[in-house]
Design a protein around this ligand. Sequence first.
Ligand code: 13P
Length: 253
Amino acid sequence: MRKQIAAANWKMNLSQNEAESLMDQLLASDFNLSLNQSAIFAVPAIYIPLAIQKLSGKQNVFVAAQNCHQKTNGAYTGEISAPMFASIGVQHIILGHSERRTYFNESDALLAEKTEAVLAVGSTPIFCCGEPLEIREAGTQNGFVDAQLKNALFQLSAEQIVKVVIAYEPIWAIGTGKTATSEQAQDIHAYIRSVFAAKYGQDIADQISILYGGSVKASNANEIFSQPDVDGGLVGGASLIATEFAAIIKALK
Ligand code: 13P
């Protein structure tokens, strides 16, 4: 069975005290994860050691990075590499979030390099894709997402691609309170799986977890996660509220 994942993306939010208090509240909510489920916390890089210390006692809970540099080391002031994250126990890294594509000009070609850098140290890329509003309105979202996947991931072998987690995040649903309907999510998740099936075969495609992101909250998580090709969520705003995120974890299949 595919891994079902509730991933929190805190983005650039919270002071250290606030981060600590959020983690304390989450732990007090006493969520439990079964063998095929994970909760992943992509916290600001500076809080990763604290988050590992606080959360790593919990079964199937992981601390993630929100980005990394494509090179292993060198004169890249201010950047952090995949091997550096691996060296402190980080096994998951979000790549290609739409905010990074938009504000930091991350291209598919760059994301291909970053994906390989993360896989090279044995970590899991959480690779984001998703279309802007005008593409959705034109009805061409499948082609748009198809190009993002092909350009950044199709150089990977079958052994590598099964280690990648996909997060489909329609840009028009991020931070807007406007969620894709569960039918829209299922349609494009099934399409994404078919893209991998065509390239790598159905067996491989069936092993790839595809998360939905975009205004996921406690009140809609059950319905979205119940779709057959939705394997959990990547959650922004609602992951900053302990009761919300605990309920989202509980909504995993
Ligand atoms: P929201 O849940 O705040 O819409 O953000 C989604 C997201 O960008 C997660 O990466």
